[in-house]
Design a protein around this ligand. Structure first.
Ligand SMILES: [Zn+2]
Ligand SMILES: [Zn+2]
Length: 452
């Protein structure tokens, strides 16, 4: 499989460290708000890569963190007047709900920063001991100039960075570009005890600690949005490689942002669509299709027409799959091979989706000629499942109205019996429940009539 590695700025053959297992670390959410489409785009690509590797026979250990303590959480906890822990729990649940709705597989573990304070302190101590970090007024900073490889992921050059950081010098830092590993306690903020006094961890250190805790160092794949390349991932590399003097991560995979009118979808600009809101208008299948139709390294523009088009395309797939019996069909391996080639070409999901719709077209032609298209149906389902679509949603047969009428008739006969025994309360409940479903019930001298 060829994959674009941000670290090498080139495509590389993916060769996992172990023959049978792949470790993936995905930078997760800061639990201070509902996930939006931009967040879920990144997580969906992580999900698809994982599912594809599992399909290829690997056991995937998938770690995704929750950042449960940082500046934004503290601010938000004040503005929502909610304890920061309760705030974190609330938005952790929001994330899990969105992930479940979109059929994103559960991670193997969801570690949280506050569960790893002891290990974070231990890593900072190593960095201080080795001379890569220094304490200053209860804060601990990583001294960027001491780490020779700084900039190797983002391609940033230390000299240029020095210039750009000169604007707002921090008197605690030796160099403006040094970053915080530990932040001294401020009044009214949560804190933990450390060798440098009360305080809390910086953001970057948690991912160095939690990724290698579960996956070892080095591990196979680190993922996240492109906006995390600098400084977050650059700083993770500096921390982990300075401390342990060996490579941190083999493959860095970054997805491009979701845009609205050319601007990045984000909470800070107010331009975003929360998943929970989108799910009121669109099916999870349409959202997944909309996302996979664009390659993960190309920015995707949010346009509601595109989502509506995706919804119609899903409708065409469902209607086709309802006209054939995929269980009687044989998977067309030639097509599966094409699909695999697309996926192994840097996860080319637009091409993979194209193969599904090619099959749909060929299947419909067969149906029009009165031939069986069960093979096309079976192959479509085979591919959709690897791409993470909930395939039971595609094969649900709709009940025909004749069956529904028979069902309503059975229910109304029971209601008639209830009325005879003067159980009017239950009889009325049945009537109002049916009416809630849009089934009108009328008691006449000729008997009970109904209208669907
Ligand atoms: Zn991270
Ligand atoms: Zn550990």
């Amino acid at each position: 499989m060829k994959i674009y590695n941000t670290l090498r700025k080139d495509y590389e053959d993916f060769i996992p460290l172990s023959d049978s297992k792949v470790g993936i670390y995905m930078c997760g959410m800061t639990v201070q708000d509902r996930p939006h489409l931009g967040h879920m785009r990144t997580f969906l690509f992580g999900d698809v890569l994982r599912r594809y590797l599992e399909y290829k026979g690997y056991e995937v250990i998938y770690i995704q963190n929750f950042t449960d303590i940082d500046d934004k959480i503290i601010q938000r906890s004040k503005s929502e007047n909610l304890d920061w822990r309760a705030l974190g729990d609330k938005y952790e649940q929001e994330f899990l709900k969105a992930a479940e709705a979109l059929n994103v597989k559960l991670a193997t573990y969801y570690p949280k920063a506050t569960q790893f304070i002891q290990e974070i302190i231990e890593l900072i101590e190593i960095l201080v001991r080795k001379g890569f970090a220094y304490e200053s007024n209860g804060n601990v900073y990583f001294e960027v100039a001491k780490f020779k490889d700084y900039g190797k992921l983002s391609g940033k050059n230390i000299e240029n960075l020095k210039e750009s950081y000169r604007i707002e010098p921090d008197p605690n830092k030796r160099n403006p570009m040094d970053f915080a590993l530990w932040k001294a306690h401020k009044e009214g903020e949560p804190y933990w005890y450390s060798p440098w006094g009360k305080g809390r961890p910086g953001w970057h250190i948690e991912c160095s600690v939690m990724s290698t805790h579960f996956l070892g160092q080095p591990f196979d794949i680190h993922m996240g949005g492109q906006d995390l390349i600098f400084p977050h991932h650059e700083d993770e590399i500096a921390q982990s490689e300075a401390a342990y003097e060996r490579e941190f991560v083999k493959y860095w995979i970054h997805s491009a942002p979701m845009l609205i009118k050319g601007e990045k979808m984000s909470k800070s600009t107010g331009l975003y669509f929360a998943i929970s809101d989108l799910l009121e208008k669109y099916t999870p299948e349409a959202i997944r299709l909309f996302i996979l139709q664009k390659h993960y390294r190309s920015p995707a523009e949010y346009v509601s027409d595109y989502l509506e088009e995706a919804e119609r395309a899903i409708g065409r797939l469902k209607s086709f799959l309802n006209q054939v019996t995929p269980a009687d069909g044989k998977v067309i391996w030639e097509k599966v091979k094409e699909f695999e080639e697309a996926m192994e070409d840097d996860l080319n999901t637009p091409k993979a989706i194209g193969i599904v719709f090619e099959l749909l077209k060929e299947g419909n032609v067969k149906l029009q000629k009165g031939e069986s298209a069960a093979d096309e149906g079976a192959t479509i389902l085979f591919i959709l499942e690897i791409l993470g679509f909930r395939i039971t949603d595609f094969t649900k047969k709709k009940l025909d109205t004749e069956k529904i009428s028979e069902l309503v008739r059975i229910i109304l006969d029971v209601r008639q019996e209830l009325r005879k025994t003067k159980n009017f309360e239950l009889a009325d409940k049945i009537r109002s429940d049916l009416e809630r479903l849009g089934i009108k019930v009328k008691d006449t001298r000729e008997g009970t009539l109904f209208e669907l």
